[in-house]
Design a protein around this ligand. Structure first.
Ligand code: GTP
Ligand code: K
Ligand code: MG
Length: 450
């Protein structure tokens, strides 16, 4: 591999803080650290030192740490200069590193090097970014598990079973005139079946992990004037959306992330659904439909005085949304509160009044529970995963199904090819197999200094 250059970045968050860290990685990291501190740096030793500019004047004093390759985060020589967390000092320190031969690191470049040096696999490197960005403690713990390799190990185990199946099929191809059954066909089929079911399990876990990372995505829909925007404001705790008594007030989508008892929930307010409306309102309804395609939950707001009308308005829109929460709003306007339908796994019903606040505690509890169940709160060993992982597992599953069908037809060549593609799909998750632009896309979404 070509000799890499030395990269540097401020690794702590922007702004003033107690401590700020400039991090270096690469072949010149140690020499640059020693030039700035005017000291010999011993690996894994905290050196209290003055950080100096080119004239020898003190920029700051702090702690210098040196991690010798390969025992460092990136696998290269790494130096960390811990100064006072003043943006001015840190920028001067970084500029000094660059004068001494380092260059500014791109976002995620430290983690990219850790991946290229084999310190982390790709799913683990992604977990680093997820851990940093985790919105709540559950997501952080789950990212930590992915970083520890929990997810990668399960992927590797599947890849190994798949490899054994491929070897069996490739060997059978050499005896193509014999029926598969005399070549251990029954055992092969049993292995394929076990692998398919293990893949399904991991796919389900990865989907939970994806939701844990991205949070529950809920879309508020209903007929005009049912109180959708009022509900968004009540959950957000501020007047985010315009509320009026004019039907068709909301046109655009309004995204808001709210926290309910520490659990994050992504909410989208949408235009009321009804026949007709002007061009702007119709565009709003089109967007509402689009948003529902990726919703985990539809929060349907109905006017409790005429719930049937609201149900018909949303009937088409909610097809395919996994869960629905039906809110019979404006309970304050009813003389008698009508009985609600029974809850089922996919549908829950609550009577509320956003105006008086009645039922909002129950709503909070319900949303908290839905968000937790979606995120796999109760599932031991939950790990974060990304849409990319879910997609790869799905493709591997599809190819394996193909291969099994081909085996049934004794079409060994075709089966072998499908198995190879399935194997590659699994390899993409950990980065054993990778498309050229994949690394760029993944690491560019990281923050600088990581
Ligand atoms: N009485 C009563 N009025 C409510 C309640 N919730 C909302 N409203 C009123 O209903 C009207 C419509 O509220 P919005 O929140 O704008 O309704 P919307 O569903 O967002 O309406 P569009 O954006 O036009 O589709 C406003 O005048 C609100 O003050 C409630 O619980 N009780
Ligand atoms: K309105
Ligand atoms: Mg509205």
């Amino acid at each position: 591999m070509a000799q890499r250059d030395t990269i540097a970045a401020i690794a702590t968050a922007p702004g003033a803080g107690g401590v700020g860290i400039v991090r270096l990685s690469g072949p010149r990291a140690r020499a640059i650290g020693e030039a700035i501190t005017a000291r010999a740096l011993t690996p894994r030793h905290a050196h209290h030192a003055r950080f100096r500019d080119e004239r020898g004047d003190t920029l700051d004093d702090g702690i210098a740490l040196y991690f010798a390759a390969p025992a460092s985060y990136t696998g290269e020589d790494v130096v960390e200069l811990q100064a006072h967390g003043s943006p001015a000092v840190l920028h001067e320190l970084l500029a000094r590193c660059c004068t001494l031969g380092a260059r500014h690191a791109r976002p995620g470049e430290f983690s990219e090097r850790a991946f290229l040096e084999g310190r982390l696999d790709l799913a683990q490197a992604e977990a680093v970014a997820d851990l940093i960005a985790a919105g709540d403690a559950r997501a952080a713990r789950a990212a930590r598990r992915a970083l520890d390799g929990e997810f990668s190990r399960r992927v590797e185990a599947l890849a190994e079973s798949l490899m054994a199946i491929r070897i069996h099929v490739e060997a059978a191809i050499d005896f193509a005139d014999e029926p598969l059954d005399t070549l251990g066909g029954a055992a092969l089929r049993a292995r394929c079946e076990a692998l398919a079911s293990a893949l399904d399990d991991l796919l389900a876990a990865a989907e939970r992990g994806r939701r844990l990372r991205d949070g529950l995505h809920a879309v508020i829909i209903g007929p005009p004037n049912a109180g959708k925007s009022s509900l968004l404001n009540a959950l957000a705790g501020s007047e985010r959306a315009i509320v009026t008594d004019i039907a068709g007030t909301t046109r655009d989508l309004l995204h808001e992330v709210v926290r309910i008892d520490g659990v994050e929930l992504g909410l989208v307010d949408t235009a009321g659904l009804r026949e007709g409306g002007d061009a702007i309102e119709r565009e709003g309804m089109r967007r509402a439909h689009g948003e529902l395609q990726r919703a985990d939950l539809a929060i349907v707001v109905l006017d409790a005085r005429d719930p049937q009308d609201g149900r018909s308005a949303v009937a088409d829109a909610i097809v395919g949304v996994p869960r629905r929460l039906w809110l019979h709003n404006k309970a304050d306007l009813l003389d008698v509160v009508a009985a609600l339908p029974d809850d089922t796994a996919g549908d829950r019903h609550l009577s509320i009044s956003v105006r008086t606040g009645a039922g909002l505690d129950a709503l909070h509890a319900c949303l908290r529970q839905l968000a937790s169940a979606e995120g796999g709160d109760a599932v031991d060993g939950a790990f974060t995963a990304r849409a990319r992982h879910v997609d790869a597992l799905r493709r591997a599953g599809d190819e394996l199904a193909q291969a099994r069908a081909q085996l049934d037809h004794e079409a060994l060549d075709l089966a072998a090819e499908a198995l190879r593609v399935a194997h590659d799909a699994l390899g993409e998750i950990t980065g054993r197999v990778r498309a050229d632009d994949l690394l760029g896309r993944i690491f560019s979404s990281f923050c600088i200094g990581k």
